[in-house]
Design a protein around this ligand. Structure first.
Ligand SMILES: [Ca+2]
Length: 221
């Protein structure tokens, strides 16, 4: 019984990894995910909450799936957002980003960006509590300086084998930082794979097995 359970656990883990690696790259965020505006420098454990944006151009509009809406922030640089994925997508392995430019003012386009990963209870706690961030990417946004409005930037890929439920995206340079009054973009996609979480029944089976073994140990005392 013990041997069978050990084998089942190993098999289950192998299937979980295999399922994750077989998945095509998808945008791991969805409209309505827990997202807040923040200002920070790369590696800062605590972020500053940023509400330096018009209500209709809030951080949520960077991941709402619509190019007609945008996220705009008057802080311009060293600013962006933190997003925390819900429980059913909490095991996300992000290996790429892709921006879509906004409707106007190309000088506001992000040109240099960074992406960091962490695990947190919420976007707010990731911002306000000391959080250890792992740098996943720093470099080009993939938006060329001659990108058209509502233009799809090049996918920027990077090596990353770690899974996180929380991501901090910061913009560090714009197409024309001196001439712009804000940073803005219509969308950003965090591309990667979402691991399949075992069905509740599987966890229950393992849990009952563990309980059974605990009972056997108790009786043999
Ligand atoms: Ca949008």
């Amino acid at each position: 019984m013990k041997m069978f359970m050990k084998f089942s656990c190993v098999l289950g883990t192998a299937l979980l990894v295999a399922a994750a690696s077989l998945q095509a790259q998808v945008d791991v965020t969805r409209p309505g995910d827990d997202i807040i505006g923040v200002a920070a420098l790369l590696g800062d454990q605590v972020s500053t909450i940023s509400t330096d944006y018009p209500g209709g151009e809030a951080p949520q509009y960077a991941i709402d799936g619509s190019v007609a809406t945008k996220y705009l922030n008057f802080t311009k640089v060293n600013v962006g957002f933190i997003v925390t994925l819900p429980e059913d997508r909490s095991l996300a392995n992000v290996t790429g980003i892709q921006f879509i430019s906004a409707n106007d003012a190309p000088e506001r386009d992000p040109i240099v960006v960074s992406l960091e990963g962490a695990n947190a209870a919420s976007a707010m706690s990731a911002a306000t509590a000391a959080t250890t961030w792992t740098t996943l990417y720093t470099g080009s946004s993939g938006l060329p300086t001659d990108i058209v409005r509502y233009g799809l930037g090049a996918i920027q890929t990077f090596d990353n084998e770690q899974y996180f439920n929380t991501y901090r995206l910061l913009v560090t340079d714009l197409q024309n930082t001196g001439g712009a009054n804000s940073v803005q973009f219509a969308e950003v996609q965090l591309l990667g794979s979402i691991a399949v979480i075992p069905e509740p029944g599987t966890g229950l089976l393992i849990g009952l097995g563990t309980l059974g073994m605990w009972g056997l140990r108790r009786r043999s005392r």
